[in-house]
Write a protein that binds this ligand. Structure first.
Ligand SMILES: [Zn+2]
Ligand SMILES: [Zn+2]
Length: 424
């Protein structure tokens, strides 16, 4: 049988239904469930129909079955769509979060990098200055001895020159009488000459000491040789992260029992100010190298801008800090302070930027090594909830801190409170 294969067009679809593709005079009245096609009664004739052995459905049944399948497929597609949309948006959120964290991590790495450089530079600059100061003092002592001796000499020189001039003028006299008339001056001249010679003799030892003592020359040369070694020692002290000798502790703060001028309250391991803009607490002095931590939290009873003014300070001092003063703002205390939205290292009001204050709470841990020949070694770590230990720094504190008692000190403003950990 020759099939004319052509698509049924609209005018061929009668009101009665679609015409069969294979039998163009016949209307499709049934459905082949195997080929998913509308067919006519001839299509299913035994032997000649293409669909004779196929599973055949009535149009109604086929329609119902198709609708059911379509609708369940549609449901599944909706669910896939929802899953895809949700997963995409989660991935996009993740991308944003990773981007944000990446840029934050870069910033923090930059801060740490800068901190290392600045700490090393400050330490070396301090060591260099100390070495230069020491050299200058040693030189000055020896030079002063030289200057004194030279001044003495120059007085003797003047006297001697004057005597010489007198002698010369007397010898130059042609007239014997005239010379004899001045002979009375001679004992005086002789006496002065003798005393000058005596003086020269008495200073001989001192003169020889100055001339032949080469120790200052040696010292100056040696200082250049030693500088490199001592610089390395200095760097080692700064770089070695050995805190094993620091004992974990909670600073003991004794406050005035009587209310009144020292109106400061310390509740269990929590520091807050009352009545003042800020209060400073001085703990008992360290008896050995130690480490302590505080957590700084927002004071929920006090609202205010955490990015303005002095917020808090944690550090050390070589004297008791008056309650109304602030850590890092005077010559005898140094520490980590938070002021104007930035965390800084401050000594005597001179502040060094460490990092911006992102958020509270954060913790400050201070390692303090005392009895170091080069000064007090102060290491600090700033820890926040998101990033953990996000900044480390180290200072060698000299001058006032050497050989003094070291007090842990804390300043809290009204906007924050400080908590000591409950462990230890
Ligand atoms: Zn047919
Ligand atoms: Zn079929």
């Amino acid at each position: 049988m020759l099939h004319k294969l052509r698509r049924p067009v609209k005018d061929e679809s009668t009101e009665r239904g679609t015409l069969c593709v294979d039998h163009e005079k016949e209307v499709c009245s049934i459905y082949c469930d195997q080929c998913h096609i509308l067919v006519c009664h001839l299509c299913v004739c035994e032997g000649i129909g293409k669909h004779s052995q196929h599973k055949i459905l009535s149009l109604d049944t086929a329609l119902e079955k198709t609708k059911v399948l379509l609708s369940s497929t549609e449901d599944k597609l909706h669910s896939v769509l929802a899953t895809l949309t949700e997963q995409t948006s989660k991935l996009e959120e993740n991308v944003k979060e990773i981007e944000g964290m990446h840029s934050e991590a870069c910033k923090k790495i930059d801060q740490q990098y800068q901190r290392c450089l600045d700490d090393i530079t400050a330490c070396l600059a301090q060591h260099r200055q100390q070495t230069l100061d020491k050299l200058c003092t040693a030189k000055s002592v020896v030079l002063e001895q030289h200057q004194n001796h030279i001044a003495d000499h120059s007085r003797q020189l003047e006297d001697t020159a004057a005597l010489l001039a007198t002698c010369g003028s007397m010898l130059a006299t042609d007239q014997g009488r005239e010379l004899l008339s001045r002979a009375g001056e001679l004992p005086g001249i002789v006496g002065k000459q003798e005393s000058t010679a005596d003086r020269l003799q008495s200073l001989k030892q001192a003169y020889q000491d100055l001339l032949y003592d080469r120790s200052i020359h040696q010292d100056l040369k040696q200082s250049v040789v030693d500088f490199h070694t001592s610089t390395l020692d200095c760097l080692k002290a700064l770089l070695v992260d050995d805190v094993s000798e620091c004992q974990n502790m909670i600073p003991v703060i004794k406050t005035s029992a009587s209310p009144g001028s020292d109106a400061v309250t310390t509740s269990s391991k929590c520091l807050t100010t009352w009545g003042f803009n800020s209060s400073t607490f001085t703990a008992e002095p360290l008896t050995r190298s130690a480490v302590w931590s505080v957590t700084v939290e927002k004071n929920t009873s006090q609202f205010g801008d955490h990015r303005a003014g002095y917020i808090f300070g944690v550090g050390i001092s070589c004297e008791k800090v008056p309650v109304k003063e602030q850590v890092g703002m005077n010559s005898y205390s140094s520490g980590i302070i938070c002021s104007s939205g930035n965390i800084m290292f401050s000594h005597n009001g001179k502040m060094e930027q460490l990092m911006p204050l992102d958020n509270l709470p954060l913790s400050v841990t201070v390692h303090c090594k005392v009895n170091q020949s080069k000064g007090v070694l102060l290491s600090y770590t700033i820890t926040d909830a998101t990033w953990g230990d996000s900044l480390h720094g180290k200072k060698i504190l000299c001058e006032k801190f050497i050989g003094k008692p070291i007090f842990p000190v804390f300043t809290v403003s009204q906007r924050v409170k400080m908590q000591f950990p409950t462990y230890v």
